[in-house]
Design a protein around this ligand. Structure first.
Ligand SMILES: [Mg+2]
Length: 315
């Protein structure tokens, strides 16, 4: 059943339909820089943390790693509504937080200060707040807490771990980069590679060329994003999607492309890096978010100021 129209928030938010929207849930530490505050929580305890947040509730937080991504999603919403004022398939961003409501005032004030359109704030004290993801139809969950991310993936929700990092402000056009194996696709070929080396992986890919790969943890989100992307043409799109994979194009590209085709997932640009570092190409693309299951790739992205999201495979 659709949620009742939310009339107490702003107009564009009230139009969102949870069943059609692309719902993204972010935790407060993913969207804002709360490193200092988190340190207080860890070293001095919850009470001191709440006291600090209350004392600073009119002091807005600085943007965190996922901030630019959320801002760009807002830009896409604007373009979707310009194209069709009745469109209900918008991004719908909610904040899911383990903050208590008392310490949450600073979060709400920071969202208002930065002009972010956030439809829902859930301040929940439960150990595992990811139980609310399915209820809210969340398609992507970004958190700075590893356990959160594991729990969400286990519930079948696309999720990734965000690390606090220095980021540049990219263009308004939303750019999303996905890794292939163990992110969009399953880790089947990677497992063969680990067990049998490159020769084994190449032979496996050749035998399996006509068989689409299994789905990876970010497939569901990528499909929803792809659906939104299809509403726009090549020239005017506020969304651009990329595949940047360690696969070599000559021997391992075909199966990847065929799998995307089988899924009906159109990716604007695909880079088959043949094991080369991803940092330089990411630096050219300047995405708002880069999803990868390899920590060396995450590190490479962070080194060039690209907001990166780690997708653990071993959940
Ligand atoms: Mg991978």
């Amino acid at each position: 059943m659709a949620e009742p129209q939310n009339t107490i928030t702003n107009n564009s938010v009230s139009q969102k339909d949870q069943n059609e929207a692309l719902v993204i849930a972010v935790t407060t530490r993913a969207i804002f820089n709360l490193e200092k505050e988190h340190e207080i929580f860890l070293t001095k305890g919850k009470d001191e943390y709440v006291r600090y947040q209350q004392a600073n509730e009119n002091n807005p937080l600085e943007p965190g790693t996922a901030f630019a991504f959320i801002q760009a999603a807002q830009f896409v919403n604007k373009k979707l509504l310009e194209r069709d004022p009745e469109d209900k398939g918008l991004f719908d961003v909610m904040v899911l937080s383990n903050n208590s409501p008392e310490s949450g005032i600073r979060i709400i004030n920071s969202v208002k200060h930065h002009g972010l359109e956030i439809s829902k704030f859930c301040f929940v004290s439960e150990e595992d707040s990811t139980q609310y993801l399915k209820t809210h139809n969340v398609k992507l969950f970004l958190s700075a807490d590893r356990t959160d991310v594991h729990n969400a993936l286990q519930r079948g929700v696309s999720a990734a771990l965000i690390f606090q990092q220095e980021i540049r402000t990219p263009s308004p056009q939303l750019r999303v980069v996905f890794d292939g194996d163990a992110v969009l696709f399953s880790d089947e070929t990677e497992r063969v590679f680990r067990e049998q080396g490159l020769e084994g992986a190449l032979a496996y890919e050749k035998t399996m060329e006509a068989v689409p790969m299994g789905e990876g943890p970010l497939k569901a989100f990528a499909l929803h994003l792809g659906k939104m992307r299809k509403k726009f043409g090549q020239e005017d799109s506020p969304i651009r999607t990329y595949l940047v994979t360690a696969r070599g194009g000559r021997d391992m590209g075909i199966r990847a492309i065929k799998t995307l085709r089988e899924w009906g997932l159109v990716i604007d640009e695909a880079f088959f890096m043949d094991g080369a570092p991803k940092g330089p190409i990411l630096s050219k693309i300047q995405p708002h978010i880069f999803f990868d299951d390899g920590l060396h790739n995450i590190q490479g992205a962070q080194d060039v100021g690209i907001p990166s999201a780690f997708v653990p495979w071993d959940f």
